[in-house]
Write a protein that binds this ligand. Structure first.
Ligand SMILES: Cc1cc2nc3c(=O)[nH]c(=O)nc-3n(C[C@H](O)[C@H](O)[C@H](O)COP(=O)(O)O)c2cc1C
Length: 361
């Protein structure tokens, strides 16, 4: 019923991709269950070490023989001085005090090149473990990385927030493009234009990208059910990538308080912040985001700010304190449910079938 060139290319039954969600959400159980249900499970591996990635891949392979994928971060250039880091650290100290967290060890200024080295090591694991699909966000990987992955017949997916980014992804030889509308939960994937310019709504973004690229387009942002899937397909997408809808599923690794918070949130309660990581991301508004708003534009870039807030996020999670956790969520939280992956997918498919039947009448 919903088979098309995307499902054929990815060797899946239904055109649904579970969004990679870095930070512990995409457990082996979640990814494998999605793939076992005929969709594509994806590991959010951006923050994982090569060893952790290998372990998780092997665990997933024990749980499914179907296709799944790995998602990695393309490193961005960043510059930070000792003074800027010290200032950001001072701004964060009252939050650490509040949570009884020890002050951070003095941080060594990281170098952008270190992140490239890590990416190369992560990619070697993807190749050695013969993972069939690899997607990227925050940019397009280098020519060499693309050529290496293609030599090993790995399907490559890029993330775009504008037509220009989607065209760049196609030109660099990637196979598929995820278009991320401004509704999307988590970090913005923009890499050419600025954050403000990247905030195109999905309904505008899909048809404009579809008119300018010939690779299949996967829609992401606020899609939670069969209506979102069919709307995306009507606009020209070949499939959807859903994050928040899978995050609240039983199999996801998100803490219970986080899942409950999403299920209680309304569409007007998510905002953008760069206070947690140094990169703009959409999440449920909380005390940390609001208190940090006055410093927002002067904070160090990703991944520095992310490292600086790590102890705060960890302590908040272990204390189940929603005020200081990063609660990434898309703009459709009212449609989120705590249910199994099987139920979520079954419902999406039956809604889609109903819509198709209605069209025919
Ligand atoms: C908790 C969370 C973590 C995310 N982490 C990643 C990631 O590591 N890599 C990535 O490409 N996208 C990531 N995203 C963005 C998703 O790929 C996708 O764009 C988004 O979930 C779509 O919006 P939705 O949440 O409303 O479905 C994340 C989203 C969420 C909610």
């Amino acid at each position: 019923m919903l088979r098309n060139e995307l499902t054929e290319f990815l060797h899946i039954e239904y055109p649904i991709v579970q969004a990679p969600m870095a930070g512990g959400v995409t457990t082996a159980e979640l990814v494998a269950q999605v793939s076992n249900s005929g969709c594509l499970g994806m590991v959010g591996a951006g923050y994982m070490t090569p060893i952790q990635i290998r372990e998780q891949i092997r665990e997933i392979k024990r749980l499914t023989s179907n296709n799944f994928g790995i998602n990695l971060f393309v490193p961005n250039e960043f510059n930070v001085t000792e003074n800027e880091m010290e200032l950001a650290n001072q701004i964060l100290q009252p939050f650490r005090d509040q949570l009884n967290v020890q002050p951070n060890e003095p941080l060594k200024i990281p170098h952008s090149n270190d992140a490239y080295e890590t990416l190369k090591e992560q990619i070697m694991v993807v190749i050695e473990e013969k993972v069939p699909v690899c997607s990227f966000t925050f940019g397009v990987p280098t020519k060499e990385i693309i050529a290496l992955l293609k030599k090993h017949n790995i399907i490559l997916i890029g993330t775009a927030t504008t037509v220009q980014e989607a065209v760049a992804i196609e030109e660099k030889g990637m196979d598929l493009v995820v278009v991320q509308g401004s509704e999307a939960g988590g970090h913005r994937g923009n890499f050419i234009g600025g954050f403000q310019e990247s905030l195109v709504g999905l309904m505008s973004l899909i048809p404009q990208v579809v008119d300018h690229v010939s690779i299949p387009v996967i829609a992401a942002g606020g899609i939670m059910d069969g209506r979102g899937l069919m709307a995306s397909i009507c606009l020209g997408a070949k499939g959807v990538q859903m994050g928040t809808a899978f995050l609240t599923c039983t199999e996801s690794g998100a803490p219970r308080v986080y899942k409950e918070a999403i299920c209680k949130t309304t569409e007007d309660e998510t905002i953008f912040t760069r206070a947690f990581s140094g990169k703009w991301a959409r999440g449920i508004k909380n005390k940390f985001m609001l208190d940090m708003q006055k410093h927002e534009t002067s904070l160090p870039d990703f991944p520095i700010q992310n490292t600086l807030t790590q102890s705060i996020r960890r302590a908040a999670t272990s204390q189940k304190n929603l005020d200081y956790m990063s609660l990434w969520s898309g703009q459709s939280p009212r449609l989120a449910k705590n249910q199994t992956v099987e139920t979520l997918i079954k419902n999406i498919l039956s809604e889609a079938k109903k819509i198709i039947r209605n069209f025919k009448n």
